[in-house]
Design a protein around this ligand. Sequence first.
Ligand code: HPA
Length: 234
Amino acid sequence: MTIHIGAKPGQIAETVLMPGDPYRAKWAAETFLEGAELVNEVRGMLGFTGTWKGNRVTIQGSGMGMPSLSIYANELIRDYGAKTLIRIGSCGAMQNRIKVRDVIIAMTCTTVATPSSTIMRELNYSPCADYGLLEAAVAAARKTDVGVHVGGIYSSDTFYDERPDLNEQMQRHGVLGVEMEAAELYTLAQRHGVRALGIMTVSDHLLTGEDLPSDQREKTFGDMVEIALEAAFA
Ligand code: HPA
């Protein structure tokens, strides 16, 4: 047990998928894993462990934003020995060629700050995905009918953004989409020598104002879970 995760030693798999929403963790575990068992419910941040094609997997909610994800990722890596962590989340699209329901796979993440910024001091550190996972996720995504985009994203600290000028600069510099967690996940993974990747479904579009209709959210989220599982065990 850690401060925020109630799982006993050995109850967390080396491969962990991390949706922001704990109820998405429950849905994904019940839908994709065999023998899924609840291993954490501290603060309602549900986590489940089961198997996928014979491989052990944990699906653990991260909460929203980098400070929350940082707590869970730190404890999963340092206390439970997680070796592969894949964020499965949503993002807002920042380029016209990207459509809602497409998937964005993040190579790197621009930030204003991460929970790790204080130790970086004057460094403008660039968090980077694990290349093997990235390559495998792209290959898995190409086998589906989902549009896939690979490149830089923006890990923001705010959902209700008051700096449209920042978004404009990022759009001009090719940033694909905005979410709130991946940069810290990549930074922690690199610090501890484990693998990380962020795969995000486009749930809304910053340029067109379009939203993913609620009846399509589940199917789209499911496609992303399958891409993540294929990538983890490729
Ligand atoms: N901003 C930040 N995070 C998000 C968004 C957004 O527009 N959409 C989904 N996650």
